[in-house]
Design a protein around this ligand. Structure first.
Ligand SMILES: Cc1cc2nc3c(=O)[nH]c(=O)nc-3n(C[C@H](O)[C@H](O)[C@H](O)COP(=O)(O)OP(=O)(O)OC[C@H]3O[C@@H](n4cnc5c(N)ncnc54)[C@H](O)[C@@H]3O)c2cc1C
Length: 251
């Protein structure tokens, strides 16, 4: 259904009712979050369903982000159109009297996106190389930190340079590092050395905990391990730190 909505294909009556149920459920979750004073972070998925997700999140932000930033959308900076969209979404939010919630990631479906683009003969939505992604990622951090009064942001990354960049920027600009609009986040079980050090230094940092029925969570984790080529990179990084530390301690 999300793919159909993405393509702006008309829904059948049954699908329209199903979509309304989706909207109602998302609205209930966002309202509950607002009542409890917590945030809702909505993940980004493959490009062929992302417009449909953005439509839903935009509606929720317009409704729930008036006083505080409750709802966050996710921007995948491996896509070459996302930095522009981030800035446009900020402008739209300001024009319509609400605040933007922006979690930024590099993106988890690079291989899948590129393969589909080749198979179906359209230009890949993914940047040509990693350095172009890193440039946009840094720019997203800078834009959000500089506009922190009207954007709630979350640097969701295991890249130590990205996390350091945001931390340093906050300190250099002399902004209160515990401001609720300035956040960091890593996945549970990964990059604790980043999370714990950020926490020690007094920044807002969280762990993303995948949870749910085993039959859904295990395939999710396996998909992540397969799809996300950076998982092996991250494991390599952590292993290297462990080896370094063992050597330092002489064990
Ligand atoms: C808390 C949290 C929440 C997340 N939520 C989402 C989500 O909602 N949606 C989602 O898609 N992902 C999500 N991710 C995963 C994220 O998109 C990245 O895949 C993962 O974090 C690795 O990127 P990095 O910044 O941590 O590390 P890095 O090692 O700096 O970056 C690796 C990433 O760079 C990009 N990259 C690598 N090589 C190339 C290349 N040759 N050309 C172009 N790009 C390249 C890829 O995106 C790759 O995953 C989340 C990650 C975290 C930590």
């Amino acid at each position: 259904m999300l793919e159909k909505l993405n393509e702006r294909v008309l829904l059948t009556d049954v699908e329209k009712r199903e979509y309304q149920r989706v909207l109602d459920r998302v609205e209930n979750i966002c309202q509950k979050a607002e009542d409890l004073g917590v945030a809702i972070l909505i993940d980004a998925e493959e490009s062929w369903m992302q417009i449909a997700i953005d439509d839903i999140v935009d509606q929720m932000m317009a409704k729930h982000n008036k006083e505080n930033v409750v709802v966050y959308n996710t921007y995948q900076l491996y896509r070459h159109d996302k930095l522009v969209q981030l800035k446009n979404d900020h402008r739209t939010a300001l024009e319509n009297g609400y605040m933007l919630g922006a979690k930024f990631v590099r993106g988890a479906y690079m291989d899948k996106e590129r393969e589909r683009a080749i198979q179906m003969g359209y230009p890949s939505p993914i940047h040509v190389d990693k350095s172009a992604v890193d440039l946009d990622y840094n720019e997203a951090i800078k834009y959000c930190v500089e506009n922190y009064e009207t954007i709630g942001s979350i640097c969701a990354s295991h890249n130590i340079q990205s996390n350091l960049y945001q931390a340093k920027l906050i300190e250099d600009l002399g902004i209160n590092k515990t401001h609720p609009h300035l956040n960091f986040c890593q996945l549970y079980g990964m990059s604790d050395y980043i999370t714990f050090n950020l926490s020690d230094a007094g920044f807002n940092v969280a762990k993303y905990v995948p949870y749910g029925p085993i039959k859904e969570v295990v395939p999710y984790l396996i998909r992540r391990a397969k799809e996300n080529s950076s998982v092996t990179g991250e494991m390599g990084r952590e292993l290297e730190y462990i080896h370094k530390e063992k050597k330092r301690r002489g064990i």
